[in-house]
Design a protein around this ligand. Structure first.
Ligand SMILES: [Zn+2]
Length: 434
């Protein structure tokens, strides 16, 4: 499967990543380093001494030059950081989170009963008005916390609706700027109140896409919530086509309604040649399909390189990740809402999400536990079109150091993240952002 250049690289966060996404092949560090050497620029080198990559029994020294793992000898004067025999595992990716809605770090909020998306969305707006801290502060608090738990990148959905204007999108943008040394962030303009049912939203989506303040345009249940499937999908896909942004649509509908929307997304991706630029989140209509139906749908998704995300909500609603991957479908995991009006739960800890994936799918074997971790770390990187941080030579030096024996045990025990490294730089230590 080949991948077209990512439209998302205009922010710079994905530069050079497009040809690697989904392949698991590490980028060669040769060319950029050689160029740096020929100009006699000092290379930024760090040795992480006495660490065990992926749980290897014997500790080694892990050398990082200019943000990437290398097999070469470290240049003279390299900084040395002691790893103390800790396990080194790939940093994690949150492929679906809503930092703008969160009350993380603030006072406890007592939630009221809600049954429909409209109820929840109304409570979002109420909570938004009641919070003293602006979106940028709340989002920063949650995103910084995610970094301390080992998250290297996230796709952040931010509400866009007449009730907020561009405030949520801009707030998450401010948090992204403050954390740019530690976290790669894609922002989705998410029409939580509907594209068609909330007049004024379409104009805001257009403004966000045109101004380049978002990387992706979102959508939500075009049939059951917006009650205007063609209108919503046409509008969202037209913006993606016109402004070179991605698409990421929340699809909660099950059964035939969900499949009808999915077919609408597949058709438009094909018609506009948006292969590799479209994601569908949740996709509760897929897990209930027969093997034959699932294989047919997965074939279409794989051929058009449409990515999916899941939050591993339950055994019956989690996406069949292994089967989808057989057809080349990129699948990532996410936190979704964290301590917001929708739910008191959530913690933006993607190791916990890997644990939940293993728990709800009742895994038992070491290779199954390891696959849960890899789905979060590498599946998420694939969805965001980042090179995988698999600790191989040339890969980004994004890893987490923990006191643990092996990867399967880490998924079960969720040990403290003693050190989080992003681009070869220690960005968090003992749960605190540096
Ligand atoms: Zn969501």
């Amino acid at each position: 499967m080949t991948h077209p250049p990512s439209p998302l690289s205009r922010r710079g966060i994905l530069a050079g990543a497009a040809s690697l996404a989904g392949t698991g092949v590490a980028m060669s560090a040769g060319a950029p380093q050689a160029r740096a050497d020929s100009q006699n620029r000092p290379r930024n080198a760090v040795i992480f001494r006495d660490v065990r990559p992926l749980g290897a029994p014997n500790p080694v020294d892990l050398t990082v030059v200019d943000g990437r793992i290398t097999r070469d000898r470290a240049p003279m004067g390299a900084k040395v950081i002691e790893g103390g025999g800790r396990i080194a595992l790939p940093a994690l990716v949150d492929a679906h989170i809503h930092p703008d809605k969160s009350t993380w770090g603030g006072s406890w909020v007592s939630r009221k009963a809600a049954n429909t998306i409209a109820d929840f969305a109304a409570q979002d707006a109420e909570l938004f008005r009641s919070q003293i801290r602006p979106v940028g502060e709340r989002a920063y608090g949650l995103m910084a916390h995610a970094v301390t738990r080992g998250t290297r990148a996230m796709r952040a959905h931010a509400d866009i609706a007449p009730a907020y204007g561009l405030t949520c999108v801009e707030g998450v943008g401010q948090a992204r700027e403050r954390l740019k040394h530690a976290l790669d962030v894609q922002i989705v303009a998410f029409p939580q109140h509907g594209v068609v049912r909330a007049p004024g939203t379409a104009a805001l989506l257009k403004e966000a896409a045109r101004n380049g303040i978002v990387d992706v345009i979102g959508g939500i249940d075009p049939i059951s919530f917006d009650r205007a499937m063609d209108k919503q999908l046409d509008l969202v896909f037209d913006l993606a086509d016109r402004y070179g942004v991605g698409v990421d649509i929340h699809l909660h509908d099950r059964g035939e309604t969900g499949l009808m929307v999915l077919r609408g997304i597949i058709d438009r991706t094909r018609a506009l040649s948006l292969q590799g630029r479209v994601t569908v989140s949740h996709v509760f209509c897929l897990p209930g399909l027969s093997d034959t139906e699932l294989a047919e749908t997965a074939e279409d998704l794989g051929n058009l390189d449409i990515a999916l995300t899941t939050v591993a909500p339950s055994e019956s609603l989690v996406l069949p990740i292994a089967k989808l991957r057989e057809h080349g479908v990129r699948v990532g995991l996410g936190s979704d809402g964290v301590r917001d009006s929708w739910s008191p739960f959530g913690n933006a800890d993607m190791l916990h999400r890997a644990h939940l994936l293993g728990w709800i799918t009742d895994v038992r074997l070491d290779k199954e536990l390891a696959a849960c971790y890899e789905a979060v770390a590498h599946g998420g990187a694939d969805v965001l079109r980042l090179p995988r941080a698999d600790l191989s030579p040339g890969s980004p030096a994004d890893f987490v150091l923990m006191r643990a024996e092996c990867l399967p045990q880490v998924v079960v025990d969720m040990p403290a993240r003693d050190m989080v490294v992003h681009g070869g730089r220690v960005v968090a230590r003992d749960g605190e952002l540096i």
